[in-house]
Design a protein around this ligand. Structure first.
Ligand code: V55
Ligand code: FE
Length: 485
């Protein structure tokens, strides 16, 4: 008999398991999709295919579920497909959950020992004619960008030998070079880091191995013209803990955040560690070099934001206290003894940033994000309780001043990570649209809104109506059709 999903916060409200694969031709639209938009908005998130073996599950543990919104000539089609991982196929065959806790192979069913544990649920990026569905504890899965057919685990044909690979590689727009890294690169909880680059044809062009100051989570990276930066956060792994049935990560309130800076193409001895007081570095907006100084822009949360990875006493900050400081770090690369200097640009609780992809690693002006604006109303009577992460605002931030142009999604709605689509390949920076999913929580349904990135406050120029609810995705990317040419 099929077991029901638990009624825990992870599996409640608009974020109940969805699990339905399929496609929709020509979605309804309010307003007008800009005629010049020609590309696909890919997004991916966790959608547990079977009730969790352990009773409840970490919200990051679900099976990778990809959505593709294909936009052209003012029309939008939608496709939804699981990443058909080894893990999903095994569980479908058994018709039950076989894999145990988040990043804890010790809790897996005997029958799946040796199968790859990848869920590929965190990010989806274009590379060498494929899309890669990624999660940081395993290598990516490759998918066909047009059919979403799963091609299989992807290790750059064996050139990438680390046991994991980040979900946040960075791509140099001009060259197509992909920079990425693996932490826990020799297995769970190891302090080994491998840093790689691959050219646009998937040939490995650089590999270097270093040791991490402590075996913590490195969720993101940034590239500038000359450097790659890995922000290390005080969420620390322990093999001993998972062996005893505990959680792999633990928040360490006394540990530094560390910005690991490596010259592109560099040697292990070239690495620099910039320590900074305890805090939680978030997602990268962008980085760039200017006269020997390396600038890195990212929101930094002053406390742990992962309530499911609490401290040693099981403590975590109360829900609703989420805040960030959008920070511009300056690292003086000419002075061996220098410390990183933070400059707080904005205290809006902003996260999930993108820059205009054409400016990755270069001096730039705009960041596109969502925020949790605590001054705005929310109506739990009509929209239901808030469980987990909550955002209600899309914004364009002028990164030179921190000034934000915002749009609030309404008091019965919530937002998901937005992406930026330029009007054309030659449009000026920021000239284009912000696209993001809005959950209409009272209606148990979602919309995809399109906003003018240079005039967010005026509200959507188009609202694409989605007749079903879209569970929270984690990350996505806009891929112009010209990228496949
Ligand atoms: C993150 C997300 C993950 C994960 C580790 O947002 C970090 C950060 C969706 O899975 O496994
Ligand atoms: Fe992320």
């Amino acid at each position: 008999m099929p077991t029901p999903f638990p009624k825990s916060p992870t599996f409640s409200t608009i974020d109940e398991p969805f699990r339905l694969e399929g496609s929709l031709c020509d979605l309804e639209v309010d307003g007008q999709i800009p005629a010049e938009l020609d590309g696909t908005f890919f997004r991916v998130g966790p959608d547990q295919a079977f009730p969790p073996k352990m009773g409840d599950a970490n919200p990051f543990n679900g099976d990778g579920f990809v959505t593709a919104f294909r936009i052209k000539d003012g029309h939008c089609d939608m496709q939804m497909q699981y990443v058909h991982t080894q893990r999903l196929l095994a569980e479908r065959k058994a018709r039950r959950g076989l894999f145990g806790d988040y990043r804890n192979a010790f809790t897996d069913d005997e029958s799946v020992k040796g199968l790859n544990r990848a869920v590929a649920n965190t990010n989806v990026i274009p590379h060498n004619g494929m899309i890669l569905a990624m999660k940081e504890d395993q290598p990516p899965y490759a998918m066909d960008p047009f059919t979403l057919e799963t091609k299989g685990l992807f290790t750059w044909d064996g050139q990438m030998t680390a046991t994991s690979f980040t979900a946040h590689p960075k791509i140099d727009f001009e060259t197509g070079d992909l920079y990425g890294y693996a932490y826990a690169a020799k297995g769970e909880a190891t302090d080994d880091i491998a840093i790689y680059s691959f050219d646009k044809h998937g040939r490995k062009t650089w590999e270097v191995w270093i040791k991490s100051p402590y075996p913590g989570m490195i969720h993101e990276c940034a590239i500038s013209e000359n450097y790659i930066v890995l922000p290390l956060m005080p969420q620390v792994m322990s093999l001993d803990r998972i062996r005893k049935g505990g959680i792999i990560f633990q928040w360490e309130p006394t540990y530094d955040q560390v910005y690991i800076v490596m010259p592109k193409g560099g040697d292990a001895k070239d690495v620099r560690f910039f320590h900074a007081p305890n805090a939680m570095p978030g997602h990268v907006v962008n980085a760039f070099d200017d006269g020997g100084k390396l600038y890195l822009d990212l929101p930094v949360a002053l406390d742990n934001v992962f309530w499911f990875f609490p401290d040693k006493d099981g403590k975590f900050p109360p829900p609703g206290s989420f805040g960030t400081e959008v920070t511009r770090w300056c690292f003086d690369m000419n002075d061996r003894n220098s410390k990183g200097v933070p400059n707080v640009m904005s205290t809006l609780a902003a996260e999930f940033p993108h820059c205009d992809d054409r400016y990755v690693g270069k001096p730039y002006k705009y960041g596109f994000m969502q925020a949790s604006d605590h001054t705005q109303p929310y109506d739990p009577q009509r929209a239901g309780p808030i469980m987990g992460f909550f955002f209600n605002t899309f914004l364009t931030m002028d990164m030179s001043t921190g000034k934000a142009d915002t749009w609030f999604c309404g008091d019965t709605s919530s937002t998901q990570e937005p992406v930026f689509a330029p009007k054309s390949p030659t449009a000026a920076e920021g000239e284009g649209y912000v696209l993001g999913v809005v959950n209409r929580r009272a209606e148990h349904r979602s919309d995809l809104v399109i906003l003018d990135a240079m005039n967010m406050a005026q509200g959507p120029v188009a609202t694409i109506k989605i007749p079903v609810r879209l569970k929270y995705a984690i990350h996505g990317n806009w891929v112009p059709s010209s990228a496949w040419a």
